[in-house]
Design a protein around this ligand. Structure first.
Ligand code: ATP
Ligand code: MG
Length: 693
């Protein structure tokens, strides 16, 4: 492998282009993300701009985990001190920052809370007075898509095409009211509110355009319309930005991402410099060829070439399996064989670490069977893409508390916190408190201390309500003033003790083992929050580095942005189980693509018609999957697969045929080959033997 600092001429051109907007449009593994980190370093060189400070550079990544990784890479180039000051964040996290600093202009208080998808769903059920979860979820989707297009409820209602949409728009109006009352925002708001803020308030816009002197965006192909607007507002007329992306890896269309953003870029910025990259540094030729063959089935938006000089490598292995269990067993067997170097001497495989392996699949539920097989074989793993960790009841409990500390007007959080653990405040009391609060249009928390509440409730009830209120206020005060990992941990452990959370877990769980595992999750969570509060950390070489200190309250505010355990980082030597979506941008030496069957990949649900557009997105997912692999790739197919309660015949995915596995590289005429070999042989003989005569 090349030295970490090398760039090829095209990458160099992208890094050196500092006079205006730049788009790197290139296939998988061509070093787009590498361009971003190196460009950050270039921007900070004195020869470019002696005044530019790291905090004036914003790099936008697709996930929190990608942000953490990018910061690590930046450290290697510019040192920890400078790298810690860079603004490296997702669009959503950046949105939080904008709103925290300037959201007051929109009437949002500094300590707003961020609702997760479950909260949103329950508010919608309430607002629409329905218990039909499916209906509520469809509203959630519709409202989210509207928001991503920049529509509010009034605009959505005006544009509604049918009764369903009109109803959804009316529900949206109620939903907007509630969010305003709770001083809460949802994920979509984290983009659309900053857009509104910057679009409508000149001074605020000027401030932020001044703050960020260069903006870099990774995975640009998966931005949505609102994110593009946010980018434009952030960079302004000066247009100092670098976007990198690959139209063939656009896989979030279902969530509102649009390739229009790629098409619009050259129109909106005529001075845009577009730079293609053609060399893939990740995969062997066998892997890359299969990827190119598959994606050739999609209409081309931009013509791209991609080649690799890493050699032909191992042929892609097609693994046929009887069913899901068999597939998992074969995956485990393959991994063990590769590690043991037994598999026909695959170069670089013997002695590989667990973290060199990934099993990728289309749908979350496919993980479970692999988890079981890996456990049985004692192979350590992590699951990414699933929302396992933050969906656990114990973590949601604690998150509700955190949210309440951040924002006392967050009624959904208030209700969860006051009843978890139970503190002898019954439903009748809470019902009365709720009535009182809605009558006077105050939050539940505010209502606690209203004098006229006393007339509605008994003294004892009031007493325990107010005791809870005082406790929350005290804790909030401490959380606001506690920074640094060590102190944060003390505070958080005190809190758990105060509310008796451990006891609550052990009393509530039937089995002690389950309670213990929940408590381990809680400790994990506490450690993680504490770590994010920063402070002194040990860097290599015995030096200590001061990372940015954050208060517990600041950290609490961003918790709901992190959706999966994997995003918490802290990679150790474990195998990765991941959805294809969550694998974007990553790479592993050895990859197994699982369940490559019709119906699974391309995914198709019963009641859905497969449109050309959907199929193209599925094909891009397959392309993303194949291109995650560096050295070996196995593709497994099920002969029979589970479908609901039934077992049905498995049909190999059309994408397998499209990989054209039988065909080697460009074929050589056998006679030509013989001639070439003779010549090579002759040349060697000539070089080795003394010249005759
Ligand atoms: P994706 O499309 O999957 O996001 P990418 O285009 O962002 O991929 P990178 O992840 O930046 O590609 O790079 C892929 C791999 O190739 C990485 O391991 C990276 O270190 C390596 N690489 C990129 N450019 C070079 C180079 N000029 N010399 C050596 N290695 C390189
Ligand atoms: Mg990348």
């Amino acid at each position: 492998m090349n030295a970490p600092a090398t760039l090829n001429p095209a990458q160099m051109a992208a890094v050196q282009h500092l006079s205006g907007p730049c788009l790197v449009l290139a296939g998988a593994g061509s070093g787009k993300t590498r361009v971003i980190t190196h460009k950050i370093a270039r921007l900070l060189e004195r020869t470019h701009d002696a005044d530019l400070r790291p905090e004036q550079i914003a790099a936008i990544t697709f996930t929190n985990k990608a942000a953490a990784e990018m910061r690590e890479r930046a450290k290697a180039l510019i040192g920890a001190r400078a790298a810690n000051k860079l603004v490296i964040a997702t669009f959503h996290a950046l949105g939080v920052r904008l709103l925290r600093e300037d959201g007051s202009v929109l009437g949002l208080k500094e300590q707003f809370s961020i609702l997760d998808s479950d909260d949103v769903l329950s508010i919608l059920r309430d607002a629409g007075a329905t218990t039909d979860a499916k209906l509520a979820r469809s509203w959630q989707w519709t409202i989210s898509l509207w928001k991503n297009q920049g529509l509010n409820s009034a605009q959505a209602e005006a544009a509604a095409q049918n009764d369903d949409e009109r109803i959804a728009a009316r529900i949206m109006a109620r939903y907007e009211e509630r969010l305003a009352a709770y001083q809460a925002v949802d994920f979509d708001d984290l983009i659309s509110l900053p857009v509104k803020l910057l679009a409508e308030h000149d001074a605020v816009r000027a401030k932020w355009q001044d703050t960020f002197r260069h903006v870099l965006v990774d995975e640009y192909q998966d931005t949505n319309a609102q994110q593009y607007d946010l980018l434009k507002l952030l960079v302004g007329e000066r247009a100092m930005f670098t976007a990198v992306g690959d139209d063939d890896q656009s896989i979030y269309g279902w969530r509102g991402a649009t390739l229009d953003n790629l098409k619009r870029l050259p129109q909106d910025f005529p001075q845009l410099k577009v730079i293609p990259l053609e060399q893939n540094y990740r995969s062997t030729s066998a892997i890359l060829r299969a990827a190119n063959n598959v994606i050739a089935g999609n209409p081309k938006l931009f013509e791209k070439k991609l080649w690799s000089d890493l050699g032909e490598g191992e042929p892609i292995k097609l693994v046929e399996c009887d069913g899901e269990e068999h597939e998992a067993e074969r995956a485990v067997a393959r991994i063990q064989a590769l590690r043991g170097g037994m598999a026909s001497g695959v170069e670089g495989a013997a002695g590989a670490k667990w973290s060199d392996f990934a099993i990728l699949y289309r749908a979350n539920h496919q993980a479970r069977i692999f988890e079981k097989a890996l456990r049985k074989a004692n192979i350590p793993y992590k699951v990414s893409g699933g929302q396992s960790f933050f969906d656990k009841a114990e973590i949601k409990d604690l998150c509700a508390w955190m949210r309440l500390l951040v924002n006392q007007d967050d009624d959904p959080a208030f209700l969860r916190a006051i009843t978890t653990p139970k503190r002898g405040i019954g439903h009748t009391t809470l019902g009365k408190l709720g009535e009182f609060a809605s009558k006077w249009k105050v939050s539940l928390f505010e209502a606690l201390f209203a004098e006229s509440l006393a007339a509605q409730l008994q003294g004892k009830a009031i007493g325990s309500l107010q005791e809870f209120g005082r406790y929350v206020s005290d804790l909030e005060h401490r959380a606001r003033h506690t920074t640094g990992a060590e102190d944060a941990k003390v505070l958080l452990l005190d809190w758990l003790k105060d509310i008796g959370y451990e006891q609550h877990l052990y009393e509530g769980e039937e089995s002690e083992k389950l309670a213990a595992s929940r408590w381990t999750n809680v400790m994990d969570f506490i450690d993680w929050i504490a770590k994010r509060c920063g402070g002194e950390i040990d860097a290599t070489g015995g030096m200590t580095v001061e990372t940015q200190r954050k208060s517990v309250l600041e950290v609490a505010q961003t918790i709901s942005l992190i959706t999966s355990l994997a995003e918490r980082g802290g990679d150790t030597d474990v195998l990765t189980l991941s959805t294809l979506h969550a694998a974007k941008g990553l790479e592993w030496p050895h990859v197994i693509l699982a369940g490559v069957n019709e119906g699974l990949l391309p995914f198709k649900s019963e009641d859905e018609e497969m449109t050309a557009q959907r199929l193209e997105e599925e094909r891009r997912l397959m392309y993303v999957g194949i291109t995650r692999a560096r050295l070996t790739l196995a593709v497994s197919v099920l002969r029979r697969r589970k479908k609901g309660r039934d077992t049905v015949q498995g049909i190999p995915s059309r994408f397998i045929g499209e990989m054209k596995l039988g065909e080697g590289g460009p074929k050589e005429d056998p006679r030509e080959k013989l001639k070439r070999l003779r010549e090579e042989f002759a040349a060697k003989a000539k070089a080795g033997a003394p010249a005759a005569g």
